[in-house]
Ligand binder design. Structure first.
Ligand SMILES: C[S@@+](CC[C@H](N)C(=O)[O-])C[C@H]1O[C@@H](n2cnc3c(N)ncnc32)[C@H](O)[C@@H]1O
Length: 243
């Protein structure tokens, strides 16, 4: 019985996914637009084989050899689109601003393409332990119309190891307004990366941590006085000041 319900749910989800129109059909920055752009730039992928992991990755060789990584799943499959649309709304008032946006955990670059589409003049920085999946997928992203306003900057980054010093080097004076942590997703790496970025964020910022329902625990430690919301395995730290 459970298997039938699961199958039916999957079928209904696929139907809804197939019904998503092209981004032009929706208001820019709306939840539907975010889902449509994610789909346009490749959408949901699964079983992406790991080429490189952290020396401090706690998983066994056996665990690492099965399954694979999933990407392009934040807006529709995880259903984070409404929360992203809401939390980004203060910044959407000026999409032409020269913001700095950092995504940790980029896989094939679907997210990077989405951020650049949303904020064309932003410096979009992609950080990952392994940038090869992005590099291999770049021709496909370009074919699908990504990065018309310029390509993102890529940096090797290990969330277990790299801290404040590496972040300072990567940012080189820039102050991110948006940080998305979609990397390793453990409480240790969530705290490490938040600690590393904390001192370098813009005066107004939003910090997203995906796919760990307990992320609010380390994030409350790192950002004790900030507004933190946690829903549906997405934790958002917000600090906005009127210009
Ligand atoms: C869920 S995928 C990211 C999906 C991507 N954000 C998207 O929009 O499709 C997770 C990514 O985290 C990276 N990763 C895994 N361990 C990491 C670590 N220790 N430090 C940094 N990145 C890591 C993987 O290489 C992979 O690219």
């Amino acid at each position: 019985m459970r298997a039938i319900i699961k199958k039916a749910k999957k079928y209904m989800q696929n139907r809804r996914y197939n019904k998503i129109s092209s981004p032009e059909s929706y208001a820019i920055g709306s939840a539907q637009w975010l889902q449509a752009v994610e789909k346009k730039f490749g959408g949901y992928v699964e079983g992406v084989r790991r080429h490189k992991v952290s020396k401090r990755d706690p998983r066994s060789v056996e665990q690492l050899s099965v399954g694979g990584m999933i990407g392009g799943d934040r807006m529709f499959h995880h259903n984070y689109a409404s929360e992203y649309s809401r939390a980004l709304s203060p910044l959407l008032k000026d999409r032409s601003a020269n913001l700095t946006i950092v995504e940790i955990g980029i896989l094939q670059g679907t997210g990077l393409a989405l951020w650049k589409e949303l904020f064309p003049n932003a410096d979009v920085l992609g950080l990952d332990i392994d940038t090869s999946h992005y590099n291999n997928n770049l021709p496909r992203l370009l074919e699908n119309g990504a990065f018309i306003a310029g390509q993102p900057e890529l940096h090797l980054f290990d969330q277990f190891v790299d801290g404040e010093e590496r972040v300072r080097e990567i940012l080189n004076g820039r102050k991110p307004s948006i940080v998305i942590d979609d990397g390793f997703h453990s409480l240790e790496t969530i705290e490490n990366s938040a600690m590393a970025f904390k001192g370098y964020l813009s005066n107004s910022f939003v910090y997203f941590s995906e796919d760990n329902k307990d992320a609010h625990i380390p994030l409350r430690k790192v950002f004790p006085n900030k507004c933190i919301t946690s829903e549906n395995s997405l934790c958002v730290v917000e600090d906005f000041h009127e210009a």
